[in-house]
Unconditional design. Structure first.
Length: 112
C-alpha cells in the first residue's frame, strides 16, 4: 500500500474522477480504528480502464460505516470527498451517511 499524502489529494481524486459512478465492493474492519474499503472505478492513468482500489484508513477517530450487505445500495453517482484538515483526513461518500475520519490513508491498485 502507498501512503496518500495531503499534497497528492487533488491529483489522486482527479485520476479517479472523484470515484464518480464507481462500485463499492467490500468493507473490511481490521480493528476498531483501522478499515479497508474496496472500490471498483475507472482510472484515467490507464485509459479509463476499470480497476479496483483498496483504501486503508488507520487511526480512525470517527466513522459511520455500513454492513457489507448494504454497500451495494450506496449511490456512488456523485463519488467521494476526501479532505485533509490539521492532522486528519476526512473521507465521505456523497449522497450517503458513510464517512471515516482518520490520521492516515493508504491505497493500492488492483485488477478489476
Amino acid at each position: 500500500m502507498k501512503p496518500l499524502h495531503p499534497n497528492d489529494l487533488k491529483s489522486f481524486l482527479n485520476r479517479f474522477d472523484d470515484f464518480k459512478g464507481s462500485e463499492f465492493r467490500h468493507l473490511e474492519i481490521l480493528s476498531p480504528t483501522s478499515f479497508i474499503i474496496t472500490l471498483a472505478t475507472q482510472d484515467s492513468a490507464r485509459g479509463y480502464d476499470w480497476i479496483s482500489v483498496d483504501l486503508e484508513f488507520s487511526d480512525a477517530n470517527a466513522a459511520n460505516l455500513l454492513d457489507n450487505s448494504k454497500l451495494t445500495l450506496i449511490d456512488m453517482t456523485d463519488g467521494v470527498e476526501i479532505s485533509h484538515h490539521g492532522t486528519n483526513f476526512a473521507f465521505s461518500i456523497l449522497k450517503s451517511t458513510f464517512f471515516i475520519e482518520c490520521v492516515y490513508i493508504k491505497y493500492q491498485e488492483g485488477a478489476f
